[in-house]
Structures are given as structure tokens and as C-alpha cells.
Write a protein that binds this ligand. Structure first.
Ligand code: ATP
Ligand code: MN
Length: 536
């Protein structure tokens, strides 16, 4: 309402083409929480967190993610079905429709920034149709000090209108929802979807273009934390492999859970100011840090609660992708600002649903490059009864959907940095053991944590020797023969199967999938990298 005391007039949206809107500028988390509940758009959980439903979309929609093809992008972006081109004129027309739609409405505006290292900072202004989307922006982006708001000048504008539906015929979209990046105008335009992840991943994608092209900085889809000695660890991995879970470690300070840059000054910085954790099967016992972060200020997405506001984290009736976002300071042990030294250990996380990759193995530089370019994990096919064949999924750099440039650009930067810093690289299978999905079970979280801790503490030898490591006959990976706090038999996937023939058959199947996928990168790879692939 125009009379509402929270509405401000000193921020004008006219320059964006938004007219006569009631602007709620820079509201506090408490205010956004309350407004969401008043408007019946959400409920308070017993933990104090705000529970909302994102609507039709409960996950990102990669097929509706476009990049405007213009002077800046046309000869740099790796165009294809991941980076789908969008016409500049069509963008302008669609933008005009979206801002016309937001005119006369209540809109929520937030000034924030990304990149915790001042040298790389990009100011972001977010314009949201919904109050809870604006709270998400508060949680996930970095929060400027009060005095920094005076004369705030954005580098990027995010316009987020979940209620606006595009008309594919005239607007040039695939369907009614879209997320479009325009590098010339520095706008991320999102419509037709309320999934909050589109907001953060839009800016991530923009940084994945800007940082390597203009700042010689490697953007990474990884989490990061730092130990008592100042030793940084980073964890790459596709969705659901454990970046957020494994970086929340009571003995280490969290730098960030999803997106980081590795600078020419050899530091690591978080892009964001918050975390976005999967909530499925969350429990205080197995993930106390994340569970404890779910309090007033946090947003629960698409969860089911009982009448007392108690969340049933096992209930996936809306989606498997239930989520919770919270500002990073909801975690007890954090690094401030979110910057660390170059990593001492790099972990590649893969949720292998074939159950064949070793739970931990140490990679040679060639293997590290090979596995980074491959970006393997497995997607478990649907949850329908009877369908339990996992599908191998390869996503270059462990984040292809967010990488506008050719994967080899990122891979070459990483290889160079790994060599210069003499980092240890480990491949961690957080997926299945004792058999494939449907037969075996998910690797015990406590075992995965123990293996990672051992690697970080130096309990697993740096040098790959026969005495300390067994070389996997199919993948050539160096499997430690023993590891503190992990039963020896767990360290060999083959032994957990109790069925050598079945094991080697599946292992060969996965090796073949690796090889088939790598074909498209072969012409870019040198002999060392090629030798990092499966042996047979
Ligand atoms: P996204 O990129 O989508 O944010 P992510 O890599 O951060 O994904 P997590 O949110 O950490 O993934 O999800 C890992 C999920 O797998 C959690 O629900 C966690 O409880 C579960 N899990 C089960 N076993 C393990 C294990 N051994 N290691 C890691 N995670 C495990
Ligand atoms: Mn995560």
C-alpha cells in the first residue's frame, strides 16, 4: 500500500522503466519474513524459519537459460544447448514487457554485492516481485554496510518476476519461463519461475564469464573451508554430491558452500554471502551445523510441515529438491571475510550410482585434469516404481550448466594453478557402495567425513607408492590401503560388493561411458591428460 511506512520513494525505478511502483527498499529480514506471512505467501516453521513454496518450478530450468548474443558474447561464449543464444532485440522487447508488468505493483528492491574480495566486487541491485525472493537475495548475496548504500551504483541488475508469463511465439522463449543474461546491458532477467536458485545461478553464470575474461580469475563451482593452520580445502561437485554438506565441518571455518574464485594473487574468495542447502533427510544428528542454521531468517523451500510447524524432512511429496537458504553467519564457525589462501587440498565429489569408484583416491595431475574436464556424477533415474537404473551424467568442470566459456578455458586455468601451488587432488565417491543404486547403499556420511579429514590431516601419504596405495585396475586410481576411522573393506568398492564379476562388469560400463564422453575433448587434451582416463 502507498501508505505503508515501509514504502520508500527515494529509490526511483523509472530509469529501469518501472513506473508508479510501491518500492520496498532494503527491508530487513524480519520485515520480509512478516510481509510474506501477512500476504499468505508463507508460514513460519517451529524453528522460526520462513517456509514458502516456489510454485510450478522447484528446480532450475536449464533449457530456459539464455545468453544474449551480442558484441561482447558472440565470439567468446561456447554456444550450444547449455548456452542458448537470445536475440538482443527480442531481449529489449521482453524486458519492456516485464517492467511494464512490474509497474504499479509492489516491488522489493535490494542492494547487495557479490565477490567477497574487494578487488573483484560487483554491486548487484535486485528487483523482486515477491518479498520472499528478496529475502533470498538478502541471504545469498553479500550485504553492504548502511553507509555503502548512499550513492550505491549497481554493476548488475536482476529483474525477477515469477508471476510474469512469456509468450514463446512473440517473445522468443521456449516456454513461459526464462532466465536471460545480457552482458551488454548487465541485466539478468528472470520470469515465469519462482525457483530462487535461478537468482543466484544467474549471477554465478555471469561471473563465470567475466572473471576469466577480464580478471584472470578462475571461477569454480565448489565449496571451501579453512583449517586451524590456515590451510584451505575446496570441494568441487555437481548438485547433490556433497559440497554444502561436507564443507560444514565443526573443526574448520566455512568460506562458502557453492561458488568461489581463485585469483592471480593466489587467494580463494566466496562469491556469495549465504548457503543454499539441500534439506532432504536433514537431521540434527548427521548434519548439526546445517540443521542449526535453520532458524529465523532462513527460508525453507517446498518442505512439508505438520500443524505445529514441525518440518518433515523426509517428505518429498512436493520435490526431492527441498532446500533451505540462510545467511552464512547462521553457521557457527565461519571465515570472515570469506577469503582463504590457495588450496592445499582439492576434492572432486562424485555421487557414483554405479557404486564402482573408490570412496577416496588420490589423483595424479593428469587424472585431475581428466576428471575435471569429465565432471562425472550419476543421476538416479526418476523415483517411479521399478525405475532404478542410474544414468551417468558428465558435466564439464563439475558445473557445465553455469559455464559460458568452453570447458577447456577453465580446465587449463585450473591445471596451471594446481601445478603452481602443488595441491593434493582427491576423488571422493559420496555415492553408492556395496553395489549399484538399488542394491548397495549410499556411502556413510561419517566415513566420507573421516576420509576427507584424514586427507586434510596428512594421514594419507602424499606420494603414491605401492605400499600405501592400491592402483584400481580399471580406472588407474590410487586407493589408500588404510585410513583412520574407516573400516579397511570400505576403502575398496570391489570388496564391498562381494561379487567380483558383477563389479568388474559395471566398472567397465562406467569406464566406457567416461571414454565416450571424453571423445569431444580429445583434440584439446595432451598425452598426460589422456593417460588420466580409465586404463582399459
Ligand atoms: P548443490 O550444488 O545442488 O547445492 P551440493 O553439492 O551442495 O549440491 P549437498 O547439498 O551437500 O550437495 O547434498 C548432498 C546430499 O547427500 C545431502 O542431502 C546429504 O545428506 C546426502 N549424503 C548422503 N550421504 C552422503 C555422503 N557420504 N557424503 C555427502 N553427502 C551425503
Ligand atoms: Mn550446495
Amino acid at each position: 500500500m502507498a501508505t505503508n511506512s515501509l514504502v520508500t520513494n527515494h529509490i526511483s525505478l523509472k530509469k529501469y522503466g518501472i513506473h508508479n511502483a510501491n518500492v520496498y527498499y532494503q527491508l530487513s529480514p524480519d520485515e520480509l519474513h512478516s510481509i510474506t506471512i501477512e500476504k499468505n505467501m508463507g508460514k513460519e516453521a517451529s524453528s522460526g524459519a520462513l517456509a514458502i513454496n516456489t510454485g510450478e518450478f522447484t528446480g532450475r530450468s536449464p533449457k530456459d537459460r539464455f545468453i544474449v548474443k551480442d558484441e561482447i558474447t558472440s565470439d567468446k561464449v561456447w554456444w550450444g544447448d547449455i548456452n542458448i543464444p537470445f536475440d538482443p532485440d527480442k531481449f529489449d522487447k521482453l524486458y519492456d514487457k516485464v517492467v511494464a508488468y512490474l509497474s504499479e505493483k509492489e516491488v522489493y528492491v535490494r542492494d547487495s554485492y557479490v565477490c567477497a574480495d574487494e578487488n573483484y566486487r560487483q554491486n548487484i541491485r535486485v528487483v523482486n516481485e515477491y518479498p520472499w525472493s528478496n529475502l533470498f537475495a538478502y541471504n545469498m548475496f553479500l550485504r553492504p554496510e548502511e553507509e555503502e548504500l548512499e550513492g550505491f551504483k549497481e554493476d548488475w541488475l536482476i529483474v525477477n518476476a515469477p508471476g510474469f508469463m512469456a509468450d514463446p511465439e512473440t517473445d522468443g522463449t521456449r516456454q513461459h519461463n526464462f532466465a536471460i543474461l545480457n552482458f551488454s546491458k548487465k541485466i539478468a532477467l528472470i520470469g515465469g519461475t519462482g525457483y530462487t536458485g535461478e537468482i543466484k545461478k544467474g549471477i554465478f553464470s555471469a561471473l563465470n564469464f567475466l572473471l576469466p575474461v577480464y580478471h584472470d580469475t578462475l571461477p569454480m563451482h565448489c565449496s571451501a573451508n579453512v583449517g586451524k593452520e590456515g590451510d584451505t580445502s575446496i570441494f568441487f561437485g555437481l548438485s547433490g554430491t556433497g559440497k554444502t554438506t561436507l564443507s560444514a565441518d565443526p573443526n574448520r571455518k566455512l568460506i562458502g558452500d557453492d561458488e568461489h574464485g581463485w585469483t592471480p594473487e593466489d587467494t580463494i574468495f566466496n562469491f556469495e554471502g549465504g548457503c543454499y542447502a539441500k534439506a532432504i533427510n536433514l537431521s540434527a544428528d548427521s548434519e548439526p551445523e546445517i540443521f542449526g542454521a535453520i532458524k529465523k531468517g532462513a527460508i525453507l523451500e517446498n518442505v512439508i510441515m505438520n500443524e505445529n510447524g514441525k518440518v518433515d524432512f523426509t517428505n518429498v511429496s512436493i520435490t526431492q529438491n527441498t532446500r533451505v537458504s540462510y545467511p552464512i553467519y547462521h553457521i557457527q564457525n565461519i571465515q570472515q571475510p570469506s577469503i582463504g589462501k590457495h588450496p592445499k587440498n582439492i576434492f572432486f565429489l562424485t555421487a557414483d550410482a554405479f557404486g564402482v569408484l573408490p570412496p577416496i583416491s588420490k589423483l595424479t595431475p593428469g587424472q585431475a585434469a581428466y576428471h575435471f574436464i569429465s565432471g562425472y556424477t550419476a543421476k538416479v533415474a526418476g523415483t517411479e516404481a521399478g525405475v532404478n537404473e542410474p544414468v551417468p551424467s558428465f558435466s564439464a568442470c563439475f558445473g557445465a550448466p553455469f559455464m559460458p566459456l568452453h570447458p577447456t578455458v577453465y580446465a587449463e586455468m585450473l591445471s596451471k594453478k594446481m601445478k603452481e601451488s602443488g595441491v593434493n587432488v582427491w576423488l571422493i565417491n559420496t555415492g553408492w557402495t556395496g553395489g549399484p543404486y538399488g542394491v548397495g547403499k549410499r556411502m556413510a556420511l561419517k566415513h566420507t567425513r573421516a576420509m576427507i579429514t584424514a586427507a586434510m590431516n596428512g594421514d594419507l601419504p602424499e606420494e603414491i607408492s605401492y605400499d600405501d596405495y592400491h592402483i584400481h585396475s580399471v580406472f588407474g586410481l590410487a586407493q589408500p590401503r588404510s585410513c583412520p576411522n574407516v573400516p579397511t573393506e570400505v576403502l575398496s568398492s570391489r570388496r564391498t560388493w562381494n561379487n567380483d564379476e558383477g563389479y568388474y562388469k559395471k566398472a567397465q560400463e562406467l569406464a566406457d561411458a567416461f571414454k565416450a564422453n571424453f571423445k569431444k575433448f580429445e583434440s584439446y587434451a595432451n598425452d598426460e591428460i589422456k593417460a588420466g582416463g580409465p586404463l582399459v
